[in-house]
Design a protein around this ligand. Structure first.
Ligand SMILES: Cc1ncc(COP(=O)(O)O)c(C=O)c1O
Length: 389
């Protein structure tokens, strides 16, 4: 079976993590994978999650299967975070992470409407391409980032989206665009909604960083503009980053339909896609999220800790922009970016030098995980970047 196989390429982001782990230089800094780190460089279990773990251990609940779409209480909490309240015309399935949600969305479309074109922003999270190709779709890209202006190229994006046809899927980053950190303005979200309505394509909103942009509510305003205006929207959300539940695989796929009957109809096909893929979602992930969000004081503590994570990233972003500004070049664009990442504009050759000569790891697109910066490594990172400019 496998005689003629050549080696599979390493995943660009997890491969970088493995190279970082194998590096024995003591001053190494990991700005690669999108995982929050505190001032000490640790990825903490959030206080509210620790408290929920304790309650669950004491309760000694079951490990039996969840329903195919997960616990209804989990779906209700996801919808409250997305829309402020549970929606009659929406149905949510718990999925293994945001990745699981994206793959189920890809399978859903392939198995119901048939393989189609899935449009990704250029650039996008590296895994998007693989996920939708694996589900059988043809991948297309639409203009998004303009390196000359270091920002979102709104005109080019809207012109590209105007060429997308009915029956195609357009992936939109709900907030904190990965890797660039540039999001559409509220007015631009309105124009995107108009185009989707006029042309008849289906928006699939990838929301992996809710709470890391401006705040939990603010970060879903673009999504709400779409769902208010359009008959059908899919949302892939993730608690990996905002609950720090990376390895628990807590995500959700939400179908918003024109009415409850349409949402329910599609939901049946979502469940079919799930059953043939991983059968049912992880109970521990569900129990943690529901325990925190069911309890007013744990929820408040979670939200406060999320604010602290966001504020720490913002202060590191400011400090880096200020230090790099001293090189005489303009790095103020970093301040216009939102979320976990900084899109530095460094070339692949400069990124390679940072890794080889300075033990600083980042993806070759020049994206850095700003949460990997802290007061102990900031000077080192800024002077290493200045050295390779
Ligand atoms: C844009 C984007 N979408 C989806 C995901 C998937 O997240 P999860 O770990 O929940 O599968 C990520 C994770 O890095 C991401 O950056």
């Amino acid at each position: 079976m496998f005689n003629a196989l050549s080696p599979a390429p390493a995943d660009p982001i997890f491969g970088l993590n493995a190279a970082f782990a194998a590096d024995d230089r003591p001053h190494k800094v990991n700005l690669g994978i999108g995982v929050y780190q505190d001032e000490q460089g640790r990825t903490p279990v959030l206080r509210a999650v620790r408290a929920a773990e304790q309650r669950l251990a004491e309760r000694g609940d079951t490990k039996s299967y969840l329903p195919i779409s997960g616990a209804p209480a989990y779906g209700d909490h996801v919808q409250r975070l997305l829309f402020g309240e549970v929606q009659d015309n929406a149905r949510t399935a718990q999925t293994p992470g945001g990745t699981g949600a994206l793959r189920v969305a890809g399978d859903l479309v392939a198995q119901t409407a048939g393989p189609t074109r899935v449009w990704l922003p250029s650039p996008s999270w590296a895994n998007h391409q693989q996920i939708f190709a694996a589900a059988g779709h043809e991948i297309q890209t639409y203009a998004y980032y303009d390196p000359a202006r270091t920002g979102l190229d709104e005109d080019a994006m809207l012109s590209a989206l105007a060429t997308v046809g009915a029956g195609d899927v357009v992936l939109l980053h709900g907030c904190c665009h990965n890797p660039t950190g540039f999001d559409p303005s509220p007015a631009t979200w309105g124009k995107i909604a108009d185009l989707a309505g006029d042309k008849g394509w289906l928006p699939l909103v990838d929301l992996a960083y809710q709470g890391f942009g401006e705040g939990l509510d603010h970060d879903v305003q673009g999504l709400r503009t779409l769902t208010d205006a359009l008959p059908e929207v899919l949302v892939a959300s993730s608690f990996s980053k905002n609950f720090g539940l990376y390895s628990e695989r807590a995500g959700a796929l939400t179908m918003v339909g024109a009415d409850a009957a349409r949402a329910e109809l599609v939901f049946g096909h979502i469940k079919r896609a799930v059953r043939a893929n991983y059968s049912n979602p992880p109970r521990h992930a569900e129990a943690l999220v529901v325990t925190v969000l069911d309890d007013a004081s744990l929820r408040a503590d979670w939200s406060a800790e999320l604010d602290t994570m966001r504020d720490r990233i913002t202060s590191m972003r400011r400090a880096l922009a200020e230090q790099l500004g001293r090189t005489g070049r303009d790095f103020s664009f970093l301040l216009r970016q939102r979320g976990m990442f900084g899109f530095t504009g460094l070339s692949p050759a400069q990124v390679d030098r940072l890794q080889g000569e300075h033990a600083i790891y980042m993806v070759r697109s020049g994206r850095i995980n700003v949460a990997g910066l802290n007061p102990h490594n900031l000077d080192q990172v800024a002077s290493a970047i200045a050295a390779v400019l």
